[in-house]
Design a protein around this ligand. Structure first.
Ligand SMILES: [Zn+2]
Length: 125
């Protein structure tokens, strides 16, 4: 992700984003990372557990993946389940978002071919 986009996220979520390596996240997914940071921040309030940290965020098997942890939270099945739901949600969202321009794309019955819109996809030879 380019510096400009990282700085914008940093301004909005300094504690979560500052120091986080976003080099593996494509530019087009910056809005997804913004939504993810907002959702995790909300979760922190809802659970009343401080110390939330995004350990890593990147691209895995063509989709957005992240690792989050709570310094002060003891592991609990319902929280893990909720976090898994969020992981699935954002992974799916990244499948439907062009990694270059951020355009939303419909996903066909056999799933996305690649996470790029028509104007950004290179024609395979
Ligand atoms: Zn695009």
């Amino acid at each position: 992700m380019n510096k400009h986009l990282v700085r914008r996220l940093c301004d909005e979520f300094p504690r979560l984003i500052y120091g986080l390596d976003l080099s593996a996240v494509p530019d087009g997914w910056s809005e997804i990372v913004r939504c993810l940071a907002a959702e995790l921040t909300h979760l922190e309030t809802e659970w009343m557990v401080a110390g939330l940290k995004i350990e890593a965020v990147g691209k895995q098997h063509g989709r957005l993946a992240f690792i989050a942890s709570w310094k002060k939270a003891s592991p609990c099945p319902s929280r893990s389940r909720r976090l898994d739901e969020i992981k699935r949600k954002f992974s799916l969202l990244s499948e439907q978002t062009c990694e270059k321009c951020g355009e939303k794309m419909p996903v066909g019955p056999e799933g996305p071919y690649c996470p790029r819109c028509d104007s950004d996809s290179e024609i395979p030879f």
